[in-house]
Write a protein that binds this ligand. Structure first.
Ligand SMILES: [Zn+2]
Ligand SMILES: [Zn+2]
Length: 980
């Protein structure tokens, strides 16, 4: 049996014949291309530095000129473009693709796109005249933003989808390099396939301070010129590429004889890929027939299968393409980057096994040793991007990981290895965070018309059968073996006893209990909506391997509530819920970036409820989403028009490329846009909608820029619109709203069988998305539990109708456990808990032991602010007051009678002052209060922030007042307003 070592000198036996065959076919292909040469025209070449600009009618030679030859035309100034165009013929030489650079500034051109839809290798000769040619690149935002004076050329002008195409081609090309290395050093190795994966992004952490300048509108200049400059800067800021790629990449799947090891094998593969990169092999494309493909890959049964399958699905005329780079040839549709040198850095990330490999009929016994394995990697066009990626991964996997932080900060343990897998243990400080979230929600519930309820934890099988969980969800239920289930059990035979003892189950969700609760009393349309909230303990029997930290647990509590309402109340309920959610995510937790998705009726007819109800519910959800998402725009338009109220936010946006004549009257978004001559479309969450909004933003940016460069005649709607904005100091609010507006996305047919839903994905400070809350409509449970309400009688003669309520399942934080885990990572790995939920809020540090008593006195009033009556009373109160009279405390009504206490500790160690302060900072106390003789005499403390800013001497009264305010406002910035 061959081993995977000491094969470096020996090349795979199939390489030489494969290469010879490729060479032969490739030169025939070149001959054919030569005979097919003819004049062709590329009608429009999009310029790279400004995709809205283009060069027209570039004369080329068919089967000869390659996109890479036209690249200089696309980057040149319009004046220079003509010179390049005349030189095109001289450039094209198919034998030297590796000499051509495809890098322009910080943009690495990856692939070409013709006629707006077909990707084309940069070195593949064009065949016939084409309408348009554009170049798709990967922009290195990492090095662009390090450079303070980012110019226009640093900005990534390509839209999201196009950028994704660039990364796909780039990563897929990198997979070839990995396959190359695998064939060379893991021999025997049969490659299967090596696709690219979708990119995962993070945003560069932007501190509250960095955001501040954009939020303040006071500095806007008064003259139109200065204002235009300000608006230009502001809009450019929104377009700035601050996203970084932190996931995605590619894998190559192969059948190898031994398990690939991440350590030793990765080193060898990585080294090999390094030389492939340095050797800068061009990617060469060859069109082959089915039989040629079969011959080329005669040694690879996995590829043979693939060829046969493709031929079967695509028919006789099916053509294949093979690509060669260096000695490596692979069957592939392409396209690829021009050469392996373009891929600057490849990082192998992990190896994964796939289910049992293909079984070779001849050697079924040995099939267990040959298993399919995947080597995963990611690659970048510049070292700067690779570095950003590596740093991010390092930080996310160790420093921020909530499982580590939980233990390091004595908050919680997630892997308590006893008989309770998946149940987290919260220590006192972790419980403070947990309870801060619960009490915040309770307070909000009271304001927002929710009623808290308490229902059972264990339910009989009958209930789970009614709710449908017994059929659909049984494997996730924790069944309870109860000896006392029935007296009958003692007399029944063994088998029926078993049946009886496991007929109870722990609840995995609160909904069925709330249906029972609803059914206990009669309801009419007047008593709806009902909003039941419950912090019930839930258990789900997850597969042990799937359990992870606080994010996947068996025991958890949700901020769960169920709203029972009529179909006509849906709009209001969903709207209120969205606004609650927006408040919690943005204002309270600081998730400023989140995405809303509406999932509608499943397309496969496997749904319950009448089509009418679905349609009504979906239209209510859609209009609630529009109201929520476009509220800021509507308000800003109102302000711009000098109105005190917002215009009607009907979600209308301009459609570009069309004009509309005539003045339009009205007080809606539609009328607003149409008054500028835009044709509009209603926002319904489609891809086209999103593109329209992106196009509007881009057009505003471009217009602001070109208005500064020229003062020509204003004619287009966008020019008129921007001119008006520049003229009006109130416009900044509208621009901000247009750029900051959250766009909801339609997931057509993705709803649950029982109703449509709105999911929300939040993006944490590391740019990872998490789904916290959900809003799901349910037509099913009310039917299963036969829930009713009396409808208003249609006329006085008839009886009142009996209708089913719609049930809305909604959660904002989702599982509290999981939320604590996400927040731990979001707040810098537990280093920046906001004051209101911080487990360690204040540390009092006495300078020496002479001030221990005063320190204890300060601690006492911070823990019990109701004891503070006045600054004078505080100064004169005895320091040695041993214990507080707790009964008096409860009845007292001092200055801060309504302020709950703070978590305040005092450092009574013998450590030196510096050491005490450092210790407090390393425990991430929000504030450190230093006290000495002077402070004691005046009833003061010397305040330091967690970030070690000295905020000066303040009276204890001032401190309580300030901290109370900061806590109430969910303050989470690094600077303390009013104290700095
Ligand atoms: Zn490929
Ligand atoms: Zn529910």
């Amino acid at each position: 049996m061959s081993t995977q070592t000491s094969k470096s000198e020996q090349l795979p036996p199939y390489w030489a014949p494969r290469s010879a065959m490729f060479e032969d076919l490739y030169s025939k292909q070149m001959d054919r291309f030569r005979s097919l040469r003819k004049p062709i025209v590329v009608h429009r070449v999009k310029r790279i530095l400004s995709v809205s600009d283009e060069v027209r009618d570039v004369q080329c030679t068919g089967h000869f000129t390659r996109p890479i030859d036209i690249l200089p035309v696309a980057c040149a100034n319009p004046a220079e473009a003509d010179t390049h165009r005349s030189r095109l013929v001289a450039h094209s030489e198919e034998s030297t693709p590796q000499r051509v650079s495809s890098t322009i500034g910080n943009k690495v051109v990856v692939v070409a796109r013709i006629n707006g839809d077909t990707l084309w290798d940069l070195t593949r000769p064009l065949e016939a005249s084409i309408e348009s040619l554009e170049f798709i690149y990967w922009c290195d935002a990492a090095s662009a933003s390090e450079d303070a004076g980012a110019s226009q050329s640093d900005v990534d002008e390509l839209d999201e989808d196009t950028q994704n195409l660039a990364r796909h081609v780039f990563w897929h090309s990198s997979a070839h390099m990995l396959g190359y290395a695998m064939e060379k050093i893991l021999e025997p190795c049969q490659l299967h396939h090596g696709p690219a994966l979708d990119a995962v992004f993070s945003r560069k952490a932007v501190s509250e301070e960095e955001k501040a300048p954009m939020q303040s509108t006071e500095s806007i200049a008064r003259t139109p010129e200065d204002r235009a400059a300000f608006l230009r800067t502001m809009c450019a800021q929104y377009g700035k590429a601050d996203k970084i790629v932190t996931g995605g990449g590619f894998f190559y799947e192969a059948s190898v004889s031994q398990a690939i090891k991440e350590g030793v094998d990765f080193n060898r593969l990585q080294k090999q890929i390094g030389s492939i990169q340095r050797e800068n092999h061009p990617f060469q494309r060859l069109v082959v027939t089915q039989s040629e493909a079969q011959l080329l890959f005669a040694d690879n049964p996995l590829k043979q299968k693939w060829i046969a399958k493709s031929a079967e699905t695509e028919g006789e005329s099916c053509v294949f393409t093979a690509y060669r780079c260096g000695e490596f040839i692979d069957l592939c549709r392409g396209p690829h980057v021009i050469s392996t040198g373009v891929v600057r850095k490849v990082i192998l990330t992990k190896v994964g096994g796939v289910q049992a490999a293909h079984t070779d009929s001849a050697s079924t016994k040995e099939s267990t040793t040959a298993c399919l394995q995947r080597v995963y990697g990611i690659s970048f066009p510049t070292n700067a991007l690779a570095k950003v990626f590596s740093e991010h991964i390092e930080r996310a996997s160790t420093q921020l990981d909530h499982k580590n932080v939980g233990i390091a900060q004595n908050l919680f343990h997630t892997a308590v290895d006893m008989a309770c897998p998946g149940s987290a243990f919260f220590l006192p400080h972790g419980t403070r965070i947990y309870n801060a979230l619960l009490s915040f929600l309770r307070k909000e519930y009271a304001k927002r018309g929710y009623e808290e309820v308490i229902t059972a934890n264990i339910y009989d099988q009958k209930l789970w059968m009614t709710s449908g969980h017994w059929d659909k969800y049984r494997e996730n239920l924790f069944l309870i073996a109860s000896e006392k289930t029935s007296d009958a059990a003692s007399t029944a035979d063994e088998s029926s006893k078993k049946e009886l003892v496991s007929s109870m189950a722990l609840k995995p969700m609160n909904c069925p209990g709330h249906c029972v609760l609803y059914s206990l009393s009669a309801h009419s349309y007047k008593s709806l909506p009902l909003r039941y909230a419950e912090f019930g303990v839930l258990h789900r029997n997850e597969v042990r391997g799937a359990l992870r930290g606080l994010t996947r647990v068996t025991r958890f509590v949700q901020d769960d509530a169920h709203i029972f309402c009529t179909p006509y109340q849906l709009h209001g309920e969903i709207g209120r819920n969205l606004s609650f959610l927006g408040f919690v995510y943005e204002k309270v937790l600081g998730f400023t970036d989140y995405k809303l998705m509406l999932s509608t009726k499943p397309s496969d007819k496997m749904y319950i409820g009448d089509d009418d109800i679905w349609q009504l519910a979906e239209s209510k959800l859609q209009s609630a989403l529009n109201s929520f998402c476009f509220a800021h725009v509507a308000r800003a338009v109102g302000v711009l028009r000098g109105q005190s109220s917002p215009v009607e936010h009907d979600g209308h946006w301009p459609v570009f490329g069309s004009r509309r004549e005539g003045e339009i009257q009205g007080d809606s978004m539609q009328a607003f846009w149409q008054s500028y001559g835009f044709e509009t479309t209603e926002y319904t969450g489609t891809e086209d909608n999103i593109q329209n909004v992106i196009a509007l933003r881009r057009a505003i940016r471009d217009q602001l820029k070109s208005a500064a460069e020229s003062s020509g005649e204003i004619e287009s709607p966008i020019a008129r619109f921007v001119k008006d904005l520049v003229a009006d100091a109130r416009a900044v609010e509208l621009l901000k709203a247009l750029f900051e507006t959250k766009l909801w996305v339609l997931n057509e047919g993705e709803g649950a069988f029982y109703g449509p839903k709105i999911d929300v994905e939040v993006c944490d400070s590391m740019g990872r998305s998490h789904q916290l809350g959900t809003t799901q409509l349910d037509f099913n449970l009310p039917q299963r539990f036969d829930l009713k309400y009396a409808e208003k009688a249609k006329d006085s003669a008839s009886q009142s109708d009996v209708n089913r309520p719609i049930m809305v399942h909604r959660a904002i934080l989702g599982s509290i456990e999981r939320c604590v885990g996400i927040l731990t990572e979001h707040y810098d790995g537990g280093k920046s808990w906001p004051l209101w939920m911080s487990p360690r809020q204040i540390m009092v540090v006495p300078i020496s032991k002479h001030h221990f008593e005063y320190a204890a006195k300060v601690q006492r009033v911070l823990k019990f602010p109701e004891l503070f009556h006045s600054q004078e009373a505080f100064v004169s109160a005895a320091s040695d007051e041993a214990d507080i009279d707790l009964n008096r405390c409860a009845l007292d009504d001092g200055e801060f009678a309504d302020s709950p206490g703070f978590y305040c500790d005092v450092d009574l160690t013998d450590n030196k002052l510096d050491k005490k302060i450092r210790n407090a900072q390393q425990s991430y106390y929000n504030f450190i209060l230093v006290v000495g003789r002077e402070e004691a005499e005046n009833g003061c403390v010397n305040v330091r922030s967690r970030e070690n800013k000295q905020l000066g001497m303040k009276t204890v009264g001032e401190v309580i007042q300030k901290l109370h305010k900061l806590r109430k406002e969910f303050w989470r910035s690094q600077s303390v307003p009013g104290w700095e």
